[in-house]
Design a protein around this ligand. Structure first.
Ligand code: ADP
Length: 427
């Protein structure tokens, strides 16, 4: 809050608002350097004869105790950082490195001696990789926006993957007082995520194993069981068993398919979702037609609530149809006989909303927030076992809706029913 100098700038190009934070950060560091220099130049006055009083000396001693206590505490925190398995480095805003821990040296492949001559960019240069080829630009962006820069960097020849993070550390106290954030330093973190990457690879290998190696035998079990069922020479009881084999193998295929579609979706980039104008009224009608027979078996009425004419939305039709199908399928599964399920589509300011409302068992409040998680199932007096349940249906719903830029909602009351809905942005 004190002026220590003035910075004169010659502009070589355009200067606008977005350059201001960078300038503020750079000049803050200049100011600190000036102050440091000033402090160094101060001449310590010669010892003069002073009269000390006993209480004053005691007070000073106490103050010294507090300061040394604080220092001990802080050096404890610094020791913890030094010992961490994640790499840490702290740099002043002019690029001077204040400290670098051993894990960081290891990640950057520099010795403790080499580190002495290193500055921020020297350190970051050690991490140059395909997606991180311009450290200067990355740091500049951090200074300009105040937002952390994060990248996952793979070094194939070393067989290691690091999650690199460059963040601007600001003075929280000043921020709390609503003054502009005072930048203090830059923190660089390098976390070794090699193992996590290996697990992810293992997972995706498992998935392709499931999709190819497991589907084939199931298909033949399924096909041959079907053939045998049609063979009239086989005793009726054996044919009944074959029907069970057939149904169960089909169930297994469905479960594998759901599982694969959820995981495939997670790996997809947002841009990969294939969007085209879709009329949601049509999707609703189609779903009702498909599920009418299933609902009838439980004597459930499946109705469409008349609504206003809806504009088209940009969506992947196949995926949105599957989303609605999952919700209707759940509503039927988790409702007692002779109830009603209502489907409705409504127009909102920025979005179109589809709602599936049932008069079923409902979802307990403690499960509402977790129900969208993968494999999450609500235990309902041993009921989970009865239905064909994987706990994946709703995670698929959320994943698809969010990839479309929409949101999912649930209102529910145990014993009264549930209202699942999702929005899709209007075209
Ligand atoms: P699945 O139905 O395969 O178990 P979901 O992800 O579709 O997987 O659903 C997760 C859990 O949410 C289900 O186990 C069920 O207990 C609960 N659930 C889903 N839909 C409803 C609903 N309409 N009414 C009550 N509970 C529901």
């Amino acid at each position: 809050g004190r002026a220590v100098g003035a910075l004169l700038m010659r502009l070589r190009g355009q200067f606008d608002e977005s350059d201001l934070p960078l300038l503020v950060n750079v000049s803050a560091q200049f100011a600190r350097n000036l102050q440091r220099e000033g402090a160094r130049a101060l001449r310590i006055p010669k010892a003069r004869e002073t009269i000390f009083s006993a209480p004053a000396a005691k007070q000073r001693l106490e103050a010294f105790g507090v300061v040394s206590g604080l220092l001990t505490e802080q050096s404890g925190a610094a020791r913890v950082l030094a010992d961490s398995t994640d790499g840490y480095a702290v740099a002043y805003l002019d690029g001077t490195l204040a400290c670098v821990n051993n894990s960081m040296l290891d990640a950057a492949q520099v010795s403790a001696r080499e580190a002495l001559a290193l500055d921020l960019f020297g350190l970051l240069n050690c991490f140059r990789a395909g997606v991180f080829d311009d450290p200067q630009l990355a740091v500049r962006r951090v200074l300009q926006t105040g937002e952390a820069y994060e990248r996952e960097l793979t070094f194939t020849e070393r067989n290691r993957t690091f999650a690199l993070r460059i963040a601007l550390i600001t003075d929280d106290e000043q921020r709390a007082q609503k003054r502009s954030k005072a930048p203090l330093c830059i923190a660089v973190t390098a976390r070794d995520v090699t193992r996590i990457k290996e697990y992810e690879k293992l997972k995706s290998d498992m998935l392709s194993l499931m999709s190819h190696e497991m589907r084939t035998p199931i298909t033949s079990i399924n096909g041959f069981a079907e053939l045998l069922i049609m063979d009239e020479t086989i005793p009726a009881e054996a044919r009944e068993f074959l029907t069970i084999i057939n149904n169960e193998s089909q169930r297994l295929t469905r479960m594998i398919n759901t599982f694969l579609s959820v995981t495939k979706l997670e790996q997809k980039d947002r841009q990969e979702v294939w969007m085209a104008p879709v009329l949601l009224d049509d999707v609703v009608r189609e779903t009702i037609n498909i599920y009418q027979p299933v609902a009838k078996r439980k004597r459930i009425r499946l109705v469409e609530k008349d609504g206003t004419k809806l504009p088209p939305v940009a969506a992947d039709r196949g995926m949105i149809t599957q989303v609605l199908a999952n919700l209707v399928d759940n509503a039927i599964k988790y409702s007692p006989e002779r109830t009603a399920i209502t489907l409705s589509a409504t127009l909102e300011a920025e979005a179109v909303r589809l709602t599936v409302e049932d008069r079923g068992y409902g979802v307990p409040p403690e499960d509402v927030s977790r129900i969208w998680e993968k494999f999450y199932r609500v235990a309902r007096d041993g009921r989970v076992k009865e239905e064909e349940s994987t706990g994946l249906g709703l995670s698929f719903v959320r994943e698809v809706v969010e990839q479309h830029g929409g949101q999912v909602f649930l209102e529910s009351e145990v014993g009264h029913g549930s209202k699942f809905s999702f929005t899709l942005p209007r075209l």
